[in-house]
Design a binder for this molecule. Structure first.
Ligand code: 2DT
Length: 212
């Protein structure tokens, strides 16, 4: 066994523009930690399976229109409805690899013109990640990868603006990953960083709250 039974899991967040590789890397990290015997789950926000998540999904696929403030609060509510389960998982020793979190919430809404402090406010009190890994890619390069699926926000000009807000939100603790490198190289870098984080959480690093 790799851990003490009372050790908590790590809250690991992946952020980055659309097509930066978050989803592929989440899957790889999940199987890596699994393989090492660590209890781990892969989550993503928005979680489209909840009641709130269904409203978000309908908005993202252009099946409904919502005021910018309203959709912002729904994205936040979608994290709040998972908060207690998140805390329970972490306390029971399960690490979570989370594809997008509050930073997506603030960056995307701010890019639409909402006040950044207003955007942060409903996130206060959510669990703070132990690790944020930012998959860094120029918006033009991400767009070249194709596969923008036609959802709202999947447009180059908007992604450029989102990138600026991510930069504003980032702090020195974020691990910046060069997402232009081959998938395998990105994976190797991330594996090492993630393992360090899981080990430090096992050793008793305290769980904290947003906003940091
Ligand atoms: P995916 O393509 O990763 O499913 O994301 N978004 C996401 C927000 O605007 N606010 C949020 O709080 C979150 C979590 C980013 C769907 C889109 O939703 C955006 C892309």
């Amino acid at each position: 066994s790799t851990g003490q039974s009372d050790a908590r899991g790590a809250l690991i967040v992946l952020e980055g523009l659309d097509r930066s590789g978050k989803t592929s890397q989440s899957a790889r990290l999940l199987s890596h930690l699994n393989g090492l015997g660590y209890p781990v789950e892969s989550w993503r926000f928005p979680d489209r399976d909840t009641a709130v998540g269904k409203m978000i999904s309908s908005y993202l696929t252009n099946q409904s229109q919502l005021d910018d403030h309203t959709i912002h609060l729904l994205f936040s509510a979608n994290r709040w409805e998972k908060r207690s389960l998140m805390e329970a998982k972490l306390k029971s020793g399960t690490s979570l690899i989370v594809d997008r979190y509050s930073y997506s919430g603030v960056a995307f809404s701010s890019a639409k013109g909402l006040d950044i402090e207003w955007c942060k406010a409903p996130e206060v009190g959510l669990l703070a990640p132990d690790l944020v890994m930012y998959l860094n890619i120029p918006p033009e390069k991400a767009a070249e990868r194709g596969g923008y699926g036609g959802e709202r926000y999947e447009q180059l000009e908007f992604q450029k603006s989102v990138a600026k807000y991510y930069e504003m939100l980032s702090d020195p603790s974020w691990k910046m990953i060069d997402a232009c490198l081959p998938l395998e190289d990105v994976e190797e870098q991330m594996k090492e960083i993630v393992l360090d984080c899981v080990v430090s959480c096992q050793k008793g690093k305290p769980l904290t709250h947003l906003w940091l």
